[in-house]
Ligand binder design. Structure first.
Ligand SMILES: [Zn+2]
Length: 231
């Protein structure tokens, strides 16, 4: 009986060999099936979008006071355009952020939280949650003839899953010019970038690229936020 079943297996194995030898397309067919499956999986894989870092500048010359009215929305940064994303963010400060810089960021966080459109929570984020890091850096402007200096830097960075984005935002202040950069208006601007707002051409927007000392979100800024966070 034992010997008999051993022979049966041998015959079966030989049979499989014959089938594979005489039907070699069976192997490519299996290969094709695997390839098709992995192609179908493609849209479900995460794509990493590049980080957009935008800056704000300080200047000695005042620009014309062009004010925005009506239902215009402040532009939205590319990684969050036409994307769904959670309105809850978990944030933390880099260890070297001094108290004065923390304070202006805290004021900005309070202002954005007061809109009811986003919710920023001081806690470490899970990998699938929106998060923001606040930081400082030093950057000296070499060209002294330039009337503008960089005061801050920030932007969103999104992991996208179909039309859903997980945003890792950054907001930083240039501590080479603390008298100009450690300001509520600059913190509002950089946090705006981290949350997905782009530059506005209106001087009453916190997202105007040259610091105007604006600390209150304009109607267009609020409209931009509402667009991003589906309000
Ligand atoms: Zn900017």
């Amino acid at each position: 009986m034992r010997r008999h079943s051993w022979i049966t297996w041998l015959i079966l194995l030989a049979g499989v060999f014959v089938v594979v030898e005489t039907h070699p397309q069976i192997v490519p067919k299996v290969k094709n099936e695997i390839q098709t499956t992995s192609t179908k999986m493609q849209p479900y894989l995460f794509l990493i979008k590049s980080n957009i870092d935008k800056t704000i500048s300080g200047t000695t010359t005042k620009t014309t006071n062009e004010r925005q009215v009506g239902k215009v929305a402040t532009p939205i940064e590319e990684p969050l355009k036409n994307m769904n994303t959670a309105n809850t963010y978990y944030y933390h400060f880099k260890n070297n952020v001094p108290q004065n810089a923390r304070q202006v960021f805290q004021n900005a966080i309070y202002s954005y939280n007061s809109t009811g459109i986003v919710r920023l929570i001081p806690q470490k984020a899970e990998p699938n949650q929106n998060n923001i890091i606040f930081f400082i850096y030093h950057k000296k402007i070499e060209n002294i003839t330039s009337s503008t200096v960089e005061l801050g830097n920030g932007g969103p960075s999104a992991l996208q899953l179909n039309n859903y984005a997980i945003n890792s935002g950054r907001a930083g202040l240039n501590m080479t010019y603390p008298n100009m950069s450690v300001k509520n208006s600059v913190a509002m601007h950089e946090l705006g970038h981290a949350l997905g707002l782009g530059h506005s051409s209106y001087t009453n927007s916190v997202m105007y690229p040259i610091d105007q000392g604006v600390t209150k979100l304009s109607e267009a800024d609020l409209n931009g936020l509402k667009k991003i966070y589906n309000h």
